[in-house]
Design a protein around this ligand. Structure first.
Ligand code: NAP
Length: 488
């Protein structure tokens, strides 16, 4: 077995452990992969350190670095079918969605391949005739890139592309549940001609293979996407050596609907916002907030359509959404719903596993709507990361803003209104990294992505995504050096 990439060499795990990857849609065996741990992580960091300190990549000009990324983009596009299939088998996600995820990865590599040529340093006016001053960008160093299981290929690309564009070396640690497209992407980087040791891949469970990356003194930066609790642990571990940290964490995202919104369109998007990929999307619109005068009719329409959503595996073309990632995750979602009901929420639909025998081998959970939710309930405070929609009622613009901001999270959300001025006003008052007006979910490689408050510290995509992986250095050059004479 040779699934780890260390110093340009494909290798097995030092302790020779392996893991079975099973499709969450039906439990079928997808692959058996190497499972590394602390020793593998240490070797990978040493390889990345050597490649950074002595290898050519950090000193390669931006032009050829960008060219390599553009080659990778072409290769990802070339392998679209195989990558989408692998992503769907690991995650259980519908093939159509995985194909969009591959397009996202292509766009990301293209964007950074082009951007890095234009995002140059600058010359600064020193105010003296005998000095010139430049501000230049340099790579941060060795980056630990740690990713979750919900959208593995895009999330890996959002880190790998800007990290490489900036000239860093890295160790990637994907989720233990969904390693296939990470392995495939590393093979494409090698095929594209990336020097040995620049890209390193370690597989294995977070506490064993990920945690050792976060406190290793030879790692300069940790870029982490995952849950809030893990993010806090990562930040604390990185603090010991004051590493740069870029955190993309959980969300509990408000989808705010005013009475003057286009009713049918808002209902349609409320469903996609939360039930796409069975709610396993960090920006899922899991918190529906509806203005009082249309509340009952709106919720009724959402519940009616949620009951009709067809569940199925990745290759079932009739399926509209898929399974949860694991039995453990489904048990967490069930417990989350039970807690909401115990606190007084009302179950409008779902709340349990489907009874269709064809779905019995997968980790399916019915699209669920809980209404009568209010501040103080755990279902409003916590992220379920499953197909569960909570509903709140509001009476005024001020109340909508106050409730929407009454959370530790600040990742994304939407405002629906026919009044353009009001929509803009509310959008500017929401403490969220992304606000959609009369839409939900679109995301562009050119526009930054990241959370306010405890949804994270980092920015991915856009010029801000590249800035995360660069140091900025000021170089002052005295062209006529003379003694100062202060201590003569
Ligand atoms: P997670 O449990 O926090 O895991 C994320 C990654 O961290 C995995 O690779 C995991 O490894 C690893 N890990 C676990 N413990 C670690 C430790 N002590 N040190 C270092 N690494 C460790 O999150 P998840 O369940 O995979 O993903 C779902 C969460 O991600 C949700 O909360 C979602 O909102 C969030 N998310 C956020 C964004 C965003 O852009 N803000 C995007 C996507 C997802 P193993 O899984 O292999 O153990």
């Amino acid at each position: 077995m040779t699934d780890l990439l260390i110093g340009g060499r494909w290798t097995g795990a030092i302790d020779e452990r392996t893991r079975e990857i099973r499709c969450p849609a039906d439990g079928s065996l997808v692959a058996v992969v190497d499972e590394g741990g602390g020793k593998d992580a240490a070797e990978a960091v040493a390889a990345a350190r050597q490649a950074f300190d002595q290898g050519p990549w950090p000193r390669t000009p931006a032009g050829p670095r960008g060219d390599l990324l553009l080659r990778v983009a072409d290769m990802v596009a070339r392998d679209k079918d195989a990558l989408a299939r692998a992503e769907s088998l690991d995650t259980g996600k519908r093939l159509a969605e995985s194909r969009l995820d591959v397009d996202d990865a292509v766009a990301c590599f293209r964007y950074y391949g082009r951007l890095v040529r234009t995002e140059t340093g600058r010359v600064v006016d020193t105010g003296t005739a005998h000095a010139v001053s430049r501000v230049v960008h340099e790579p941060v160093g060795v980056c630990a890139l740690i990713t979750p299981w919900n959208c593995p290929l895009p999330q890996t690309s959002w880190k790998v592309a800007p990290a490489l564009a900036a000239g860093n070396t890295f160790v990637l640690k994907p989720s233990e549940l969904t390693p296939s497209t990470a392995i495939a992407l590393m093979r494409l980087l090698v095929e594209a001609g990336l020097p040995d040791g620049v890209a390193n891949l370690v597989l294995g469970p977070g506490p064993e293979a990920g945690a050792p990356l976060t406190d290793n003194p030879d790692v300069d930066m940790v870029s982490f996407t995952g849950g809030l609790r893990t993010g806090r642990r990562v930040m604390a571990a990185a603090a010991g050596t004051v590493k740069r940290t870029s955190l993309e964490l959980s969300g509990k995202n408000p989808n705010v609907v005013f009475a003057d919104a286009d009713f049918d369109t808002a209902v349609d998007h409320a469903l996609t916002a939360v039930f796409r990929h069975s709610g396993q999307v960090c920006s899922a619109g899991a918190r529906l907030m509806v203005e009082g005068s249309v509340h009952d009719a709106f919720v009724e329409a959402v519940v009616h359509r949620a009951r009709g959503i067809r569940l199925g595996g990745p290759f079932d073309e009739r399926a509209q959404t898929g399974p949860l990632i694991s039995a453990a995750h489904r048990a967490r979602v069930e417990a989350y719903v039970a807690a909401g009901l115990a606190e007084g929420a009302r179950l409008r639909c779902g709340g349990t596993c489907p009874d269709d025998p064809a779905l019995a081998d997968g980790y399916y959970f019915l699209p669920t709507v809980l209404d009568r939710c209010h501040s103080g309930m755990s279902v409003l405070a916590d992220e379920s990361f499953g197909p569960v929609l909570t509903v709140e009622r509001f009476a005024s613009e001020d109340e909508a803003v106050r409730l929407a901001n009454d959370t530790v999270y600040g990742l994304a959300g939407a405002v629906w209104s026919g009044d353009e001025e009001r929509a803009r006003r509310v959008a500017s008052r929401l403490r969220l990294g992304t606000v959609w007006i009369n839409d939900y979910h679109p995301c562009l490689p050119q526009a930054e992505w990241g959370g306010f408050k405890q949804s994270g510290t980092g920015r991915e995509l856009g010029p801000g995504g590249l800035a995360e992986y660069r140091e900025t250095k000021h170089i002052w050059r005295n062209t006529r050096p003379r003694p100062r004479g202060w201590f003569a």
